[in-house]
Design a protein around this ligand. Structure first.
Ligand code: BEZ
Length: 223
């Protein structure tokens, strides 16, 4: 059964979090959102991931993106573990953790959102959550999803990079090439005819010559 598809309105779920009870769409308001799950509290890879995510939280805020994490542990565990994450980041123990963590101990949300990894089990043989990332747009629709196994930590710089691409391409009819970084040239999508592209991108369109002689590899400066 397919899970959430790109373009689906993200479920407006209710959840208990370290910053109180939320209804997801109200939590997002008119911001973008990133919801990411991790297998378990008090585990090494997850600690490095949430530490990195916390360090980058100002960068996500600057892009108008609200962050929220999820695991199938209790609020009590989350509160205890965030102290460890702050210590891992060499931050004061009194600091507030910058984003909420959902307590999904009944696994209801993890099941509904297709986050469980049947191959990764806890001590009781129950499946743990995989490392899912959902990026949600201001229209509450799913713009991107990533799914990593428990044994591979995510790259949060890459997640910021895809947010930059998603926000750019939401406003401009362009696409970003492999390994694109903000400020670099972007690509003219193949469904824009040549004359329209010339009018649409006054900064110029450069077409790379290719053996096929097809004029599909077109660049323009980032709008
Ligand atoms: C970790 O976060 O280190 C981890 C969690 C579950 C399985 C493997 C690694």
């Amino acid at each position: 059964m397919p899970g959430l598809l790109l373009g689906d309105v993200f479920p407006n779920f209710e959840a208990e979090t370290t910053k109180g009870k939320i209804k997801f769409h109200d939590f997002l308001g008119d911001s973008w959102g990133i919801l990411f799950s991790h297998p378990s509290d008090y585990t090494p890879v997850c600690t490095t991931e949430l530490g990195r995510a916390a360090k980058l939280s100002d960068e996500f805020s600057r892009r108008n993106v609200k962050m929220i994490a999820l695991s199938i542990d209790s609020l009590e565990d989350h509160h205890g573990w965030t102290k460890d994450i702050l210590a891992y980041n060499n931050e004061e123990s009194g600091c507030a953790f910058p984003f909420p963590i959902i307590a999904d101990n009944q696994r209801e949300l993890a099941v509904a959102l297709g986050m469980l990894d049947p191959n990764e089990k806890d001590k009781d043989g129950m499946p743990l959550t995989a490392r899912c990332v959902f990026v949600i747009g201001q229209d509450k629709k799913l713009k991107l999803s990533l799914l990593y196994p428990a044994t591979t930590g995510r790259n949060f710089d890459e997640i910021l990079r895809v947010v930059d691409s998603l926000q750019l391409t939401a406003k401009n009819r362009v696409a970003t090439p492999a390994d694109w970084q903000p400020g670099e040239r972007v690509m003219v999508p193949p469904n824009i005819p040549e004359e329209e592209a010339a009018a649409m991108f006054p900064a110029g369109v450069y077409t790379k010559e290719l053996p096929s002689e097809r004029k599909y590899l077109r660049y323009t400066p980032q709008p």
